[in-house]
Design a protein around this ligand. Structure first.
Ligand SMILES: Cc1cc2nc3c(=O)[nH]c(=O)nc-3n(C[C@H](O)[C@H](O)[C@H](O)COP(=O)(O)OP(=O)(O)OC[C@H]3O[C@@H](n4cnc5c(N)ncnc54)[C@H](O)[C@@H]3O)c2cc1C
Length: 459
């Protein structure tokens, strides 16, 4: 079947595809959203729900001092200045409008927290499944149509090379008047693509949306799309080795005052670094395993239901061993007790100013927060591995969301948004900037399509 009445086809119903589709539909475009699985969500639905925004009501209410300049410089810094400045700028210019647009759709933002790569609290928490449902409901209310269980298998091009449509796995074909948007997420579930682009990450625990096998990346690659940031792909530290997809656990107690030791009881990395860098560091350690060690005051900072900080739920899972003394803790988890005690003593000495820290750590997270000694029992050891949550590298694109080929030329009719794209993050990722990227660039792509729609009508 070849239709003539679709303006835009969007491939994938995570935050990126839903933001694109909802914005395009509310602007009057006829949009077909095509999802591989039987429900919306992808990795977005499994995520912590943190969005990186600045200048918000929530930051003001919490008395947070932040600015576009600081946000920009943090993004550039965490990306080791390898991110494309034009893409970072597009995020800066559109992030506040996106935040307001989400609020207008009924999204409520909760706590504002500091996290990986941020030097001011900029992570805005959400109940992410609700956010996705709100966007999908809004899309449908504006006449948008969704096909589920419909993996896209190919993109079509016309004689001039313009992308005009798609084929799905049952053979059905659809054409789009204005363009096709790839929003199919990353390839955290593809051992094949990981072994090509990030083989060292194969030791990480596979995670992310079950449909995230890099289909969109491959289809764009086949048409000559460029790639960016592929060498920077890293899993996130850390998650219990026996975690399941349903448990969705991830803990960053090291930003709250904990440290990280390997199975020998030794520290090996500055724990204030972003958790992607930590993810790669842990993969180089024996058994690719490391323990987050902390004491009672850090345990008291747990917040049930808040991703990255929820030690209560980890304890319910039986994943958070504790003991009254460090020696007993070491015995419980199988770390040499003498070494662990020695490591903690050295750390506490450095915190109190008696000597340099052995891994050069000076703060809790990304240059911010005072370190505190680990001294008040009970003590805790969270065994954790690197979790391959997200791949982040991918198809090159312009600040308007158009896909570019290996020479940097635009592939006409083809757009990309979300985790399938590369170039925005650079070397590493700031918490909240991936959901943020999906929503911000989703709206941008829709606006680009609206402009071409108006152009087509007027022209
Ligand atoms: C545990 C975890 C915690 C995270 N926490 C955060 C956080 O707090 N903040 C943050 O910013 N980021 C976070 N991330 C990263 C972030 O969630 C993702 O990068 C982001 O949600 C990706 O959005 P997306 O829309 O691009 O892709 P996805 O949400 O993965 O959506 C892609 C969709 O495309 C579909 N699809 C794939 N192939 C096809 C095909 N051939 N045809 C049709 N459909 C297809 C998939 O089934 C999927 O539904 C986290 C990730 C994980 C896994």
């Amino acid at each position: 079947m070849v239709n003539q009445d679709i303006d835009v086809i969007v491939i994938g119903a995570g935050i990126a595809g839903l933001s694109t589709a909802a914005r395009a539909a509310e602007q009057g475009m006829r949009v077909l959203l095509v999802e591989k699985m039987s429900a919306i969500g992808g990795s977005s639905a499994m995520s912590g729900g943190w969005f990186a925004f600045t200048g918000t009501e929530e930051q003001k209410a919490a008395g947070v001092e932040d600015s576009i300049e600081l946000f920009r410089s943090d993004l550039r810094k965490v990306g080791a200045y390898r991110n494309n400045p034009a893409l970072v700028e597009a995020y800066m210019e559109n992030q506040f409008e996106t935040y307001e647009w989400l609020r207008a759709k009924g999204v409520s933002f909760g706590e504002v927290e500091i996290s990986s790569g941020q030097s001011a609290p900029r992570g805005h928490s959400t109940r992410i499944r609700e956010v996705l449902q709100l966007l999908h409901d809004d899309f449908s209310a504006h006449g948008g149509e969704t096909l589920f269980d419909a993996p896209v298998t190919a993109l079509h091009r016309d004689a001039e090379g313009r992308v005009t449509g798609i084929t799905i796995s049952d053979g059905r074909q659809f054409t789009a008047v204005l363009g096709v948007v790839i929003a199919s997420g990353g390839f955290s579930r593809s051992r094949e693509l990981l072994s090509v682009f990030a083989p060292e990450q194969l030791a990480a625990i596979p995670y992310g949306g079950p449909g995230n096998t890099g289909d969109g990346l491959r289809m764009a690659w086949k048409l000559g799309a460029g790639m960016a940031d592929m060498s920077a792909i890293s899993g996130t530290y850390g998650s219990h080795p026996e975690t399941t997809d349903e448990q969705q656990e991830l803990l960053t107690s090291y930003y709250m005052g904990g440290i990280i030791v390997n199975v020998d009881g030794r520290r090996f990395v500055d724990e204030s670094l972003d958790y992607k860098t930590l993810g790669s560091a842990v993969l180089t350690q024996p058994e690719a395993l490391a323990f987050q060690i902390f004491d009672a005051p850090v345990r008291a900072l747990s917040h049930r239901g808040i991703a990255l900080k929820d030690m209560d739920t980890l304890e319910d899972f039986g994943h958070l061993p504790s003991a009254p003394t460090l020696e007993e803790l070491a015995d419980t988890v199988g770390i040499p007790a003498g070494q662990l005690v020695d490591t903690i003593e050295k750390y506490n000495d450095a915190v109190r100013g008696a000597g340099a820290d052995e891994v050069g750590r000076t703060n809790l997270c990304n240059g911010v927060g005072d370190l505190r000694p680990i001294e008040t029992g009970p003590f805790y050891a969270y065994p954790a591995k690197t979790l391959m949550t997200t791949t982040y590298g991918g198809i090159t694109f312009t600040p308007e969301g158009r896909v570019t080929d290996v020479d940097g030329d635009i592939i006409d009719g083809l757009f990309a948004v979300g985790e399938v794209t590369g170039g925005f993050h650079g070397a590493a990722y700031m918490t909240g900037s991936s959901l943020g990227k999906g929503a911000v660039f989703g709206r941008i792509v829709a606006e680009t399509l609206v402009r071409s729609y108006v152009g087509a009508v007027n022209g």
